[in-house]
Structures are given as C-alpha cells and as structure tokens.
Design a protein around this ligand. Structure first.
Ligand SMILES: [Zn+2]
Length: 214
C-alpha cells in the first residue's frame, strides 16, 4: 500500500508553531510596534548584517517586566522563512532593564520548529516561575556561570548565597525533552572538538544592534 507523505509549507509549519506559543502566553508583535520600539530606542542594525524581510518577534512578558523574545525567521509579508544563511532562530531572555540575560540560537535544520518551540516554552516557564529570595522575598535575577557560555542560574542581588537552579519551574515533560536535546548537542560538540572544529560559533559571532551616535 502506498502512503502519501504530507509536505507542509513553511507558512503551515509556522501556523502549527504559533498555536502552542499563543497558548503559552506569547504574542506576535505587530510590525508597527516593532518599528516604533526600534525607533524609540534608536537602534540601527549592525554593519554587514544582511537585510532581512520583516520577521516579527514573539514576546512573553512576566509581571516583573522580564521578557522572553523569540525570533522565528518567518516573515509574514512573504509568507515564508528568511533564506538559510541570512538568519537563524533565536530565543532571548531580556531583563526588565532591557539587558539580554540569556540567548539560545536555534539552527534551521531538522526539527527546527520543534526545537525553537521547546526552547521558547522552557524559557517562558523559567521566567513565569521566576524564583524569589528566601531572605528578602525579592525576585531573583539571572546570573552567568564563569567560563561556560550558556550556563545560567538564578541569584538574589542582595543575598548572593540565595540561588536557584536554571531549570527551576520547567515542567517535567519539557525537561525530559530538553535533556534529550542537550545530550544530542553534547555528542555533536564532542565530535566537532575531536575533529578540531569550533563549537558555539553562532553565539560568538552574533553582532549587537547599536545605538546611533547623534
Ligand atoms: Zn535576597
């Protein structure tokens, strides 16, 4: 018996990605709001960054103002994804002061839409369950482990001994998925290292948007 393989368009894949994102409290930022925001903070794209047809971000905002921002590389204007090589998926956590506290580049290969969704929802769950300090009851902030590019944990600014693990608040179901992905990534990195190739390239070459000199 012949089976028919259903091939989804990128627009259909994006729609399937969008649904659980919206269900998890993300919203798609309208184009006008994105432009107004960039104008307000006077941002210009980094030199040499290829022009991208307007992809729109998804945002989850916590009551404290901490945000999870997702750049899906899908541009509604062309109903397609931006060509590979010009953009990759990103999941960012931004503090209430507007500082990037965590960033995860997601390669546009294989199970891209699932990887992006799982990373985004895990970050949303971390921020949603942002831990409070046992001493002063204030919300903890994201701290970085020394010499480990992506390792983070929660810490109270006033009581640095008060800490919480990075996976605090992530549902057991999501955590199980993340653990499988982490294992696969670790294997991939070990293989590259053995071959004398670099790892985490995208995170090191990501250029920052800059404020205009006026
Ligand atoms: Zn404290």
């Amino acid at each position: 018996m012949e089976t028919t393989k259903v091939v989804l368009t990128e627009a259909e894949k994006f729609a399937a990605f969008l649904k659980p994102m919206i269900d998890n409290g993300f919203r798609l930022v309208p184009r006008r709001e994105k432009t107004e925001y960039q104008k307000a903070i006077d941002l210009t794209p980094p030199e040499g960054r290829p022009k991208r047809p307007g992809q729109l971000p998804l945002i989850y905002t916590h009551i404290t103002g901490m945000k999870v921002i997702v750049w899906p590389t899908f541009a509604p204007s062309i109903q397609d994804i931006i060509p590979v090589g010009e953009a990759m998926g990103w999941v960012l956590i931004i503090s209430e002061a507007g500082k990037v506290e965590y960033f995860n580049p997601v390669k546009r290969v294989g199970i891209y839409w699932n990887s992006l969704k799982d990373s985004a929802i895990a970050c949303k769950q971390r921020v949603e369950h942002r831990p409070r300090c046992k001493e002063c009851k204030k919300f903890m902030n994201i701290a970085r482990r020394h010499n480990v590019l992506k390792a983070r944990f929660w810490r109270c600014e006033e009581h640095p001994k008060e800490r919480e693990g990075w996976d605090h608040g992530v549902s057991p179901k999501k955590l199980a998925v993340l653990k499988i992905r982490r294992k696969a990534k670790a294997l991939y990195r070990a293989k590259r290292r053995k071959a004398g190739k670099s790892t985490d390239r995208a995170m090191l070459i990501r250029k920052k948007w800059e404020k205009k000199e006026s």
